[in-house]
Write a protein that binds this ligand. Sequence first.
Ligand code: PXG
Length: 288
Amino acid sequence: MKVYLNGKLVEAKKAAVSVFDHGLLYGDGVFEGIRCYNRLIFRLKEHIDRLFNSADAIKLEMPMSKTELIEAIVWTLKANRLNDAYIRLVVTRGIGDLGLDPRKCKSPTVFIITDKIALYPGEFYREGLEIVTAETRRNLPQALNPKIKSLNYLNNILAKIEAIKYGVEEAIMLTYNDYVAECTGDNIFIVNGGELMTPPVDVGALEGITRDAVISLANKIGIPFREKMLRMEDLYEAGEVFLTGTAAEIIPVTKINKRRISGGRPGEVALKLMREFKKLTKVDGVRY
Ligand code: PXG
């Protein structure tokens, strides 16, 4: 398996970054997780745009253009002969010294890992997922904005550790003032009275590419949608709850904090959106 590292394709075992890289020393960098379905890189332009926006938000000057980055992704996928893949795109501040000062980092490190995708078991989609609410709150947007997909994921990892402690895969993260923000690696939606709702990203959530895709699909097939500030009570009372993310796609939730949601079965709107999403992954993206 080959990995793209700073302009070259290198053997995975030899793909190493320096211990002085600020991505490692401080989590100073940004990343993207992208899916490729049968040689169609799903919503690639949107992922590249988000990466550039994340880089801009941390004042990291990208060392290559969007076109060059897309070429590098395609080059890596072809070298590994992958048709279906998970693509991890990482840009760090680069090598510096043992101090925070980003000015000491002269050139960003760029690497691209393409690999087979680790999928959730099929029963999660058929039976629905059980999740919990984490004690760990989502970062305050005024401290580290969750809109930035940065390498500093400790906030999410702490919540994930809580999920693991309860024997489940995902955890809901609340804002400091008890609004639902998102999960550790997924956005969250509810359906109530036929209406689809998700929290606005400004509460402190990532603007998920899958979230955006689901909103457009809902508009296309006539499901009423609006952004709404949600509390845990709204989730408990919802007709349906589901999560969206690049890895999970759309995954129904049937239990939250041991309470049965949606009659304990995946809801109709979720199932409909799952079918539509599957169709979308066959047409929406960059073919190589
Ligand atoms: N919220 C957070 C905090 C995320 O990290 C999402 C929402 C969903 O966004 P997208 O754009 O994927 O719809 C994410 C995405 C991984 C992995 O390997 C994590 C994500 C995506 C892909 C892989 O942990 N998180």
